[in-house]
Ligand binder design. Structure first.
Ligand SMILES: [Zn+2]
Length: 341
């Protein structure tokens, strides 16, 4: 379990959400943390409860209006059970490689591939919200491009230059315990601390662009990075415009020396390398170019929330972003319970 009691392993998840009832309990607590409030007449108080196949209907004791626990969420009016959805959301947000519909169908024991596909598709739709807030307000940013493309993209084309270009930006954060680590390292080693050990990746942005042209790269930076931020790039001339746009530009002119580039832009290269592994491994490189941006968004969603699994979980189920979730301990200890209906 993490700090808030979010399950960090599959067995823990199973213990916390053993059945549809447990999932319903969680949904109700997230939606009405201070007790059920009738959306129709605003009456506050214990409702009547009627379990249906995929959800629970709550009936107001005053106006008798029915409210579905899943209304307004991604699970609304589907036939799959709550626990199927909960597993799906958990796997989609916490398993770093993500899921293909086929793996997913097998893992959840679903009889139809279409069901798995539709659930994943709906969860993905909740991941593709463009993230508006620019990064780099407090941290330096590395920006670079890479080429993404699988076997099928080259088929029949005879050329490799139809691979998609992806431009990325990542915040460089310094570990809070950097000075401790640095001191410890110095005790055990001669010389300085490798800078890589003291840094980690913050938030990421990725965009598919039409080649490495000036306009595409520059508008990516201006739309995703805070003006005034320190921006590290390689020596590609397209980035020369950055100082004039108010960025603190740190280009590295390498003359094509890969090692120097790795040293200058280690974090974005790590992001690209993981991205490619994911596309090749989970999706076997078979992503159509017109779907690529959606997959980039999914990757970014999971990456940026890797330290906040509960936020990611609630968010893709379509539960309000700022809803207060109960801790799982509360759910489990019975600290929060349904009075008998
Ligand atoms: Zn009512």
């Amino acid at each position: 379990m993490d700090l808030r009691g979010f399950p960090t392993t599959l067995p823990e998840f199973q213990r916390v959400f053993p059945d549809d009832k447990a999932c319903a309990k969680y949904l109700e607590q997230v939606r009405w943390p201070t007790g059920f409030t009738c959306p129709k007449c605003s009456h506050i108080g214990e409702p009547y409860r009627f379990p249906t196949r995929s959800s629970v209907v709550l009936r107001c004791r005053k106006c008798k209006a029915n409210t579905s626990l899943t209304s307004g969420t991604v699970m609304q009016s589907t036939h799959s059970s709550l626990s199927t959805w909960f597993w799906a959301a958990y796997l989609a947000t916490t398993q770093t490689p993500g899921q293909s519909a086929f793996q997913f169908q097998r893992q959840l024991g679903l009889s139809r591939y279409e069901t798995a596909f539709q659930i994943l598709h709906k969860l993905r739709a909740c991941m593709v919200r463009p993230e508006r807030e620019p990064i780099g307000a407090e941290h330096a940013v590395e920006v670079d491009e890479c080429f993404v493309g699988g076997r099928t993209w080259d088929k029949g084309q005879g050329v490799h230059n139809n691979k998609a270009t992806v431009v990325g930006a990542v915040e460089i954060r310094v570990r809070k315990d950097a000075s401790q680590r640095s001191a410890k390292y110095r005790q055990n080693h001669k010389g300085g601390v490798p800078i890589k050990k003291l840094m980690y990746a913050g938030r990421v942005r990725l965009r598919m662009v039409d080649g490495r042209h000036h306009n595409g790269l520059i508008s990516f930076v201006t739309e995703n990075v805070v003006k005034g931020a320190a921006v590290f790039t390689d020596g590609w001339p397209a980035y020369d415009a950055l100082p004039g746009l108010g960025f603190k530009h740190h280009p590295l002119v390498t003359g094509g020396n890969r090692e120097l580039v790795e040293g200058h832009l280690p974090t974005i290269h790590l992001v690209f390398s993981n991205l490619k592994t994911w596309i090749l491994g989970t999706h076997h490189g078979r992503i159509e170019p017109h779907h690529l941006q959606a997959y980039l968004n999914e990757y970014v969603f999971r990456f940026n929330r890797r330290f906040y699994p509960m936020t990611a979980f609630n968010s893709i189920l379509g539960l309000a972003a700022h809803a207060t979730s109960p801790t799982y301990e509360q759910l489990y200890s019975g600290e929060w319970r349904h009075p008998a209906a």
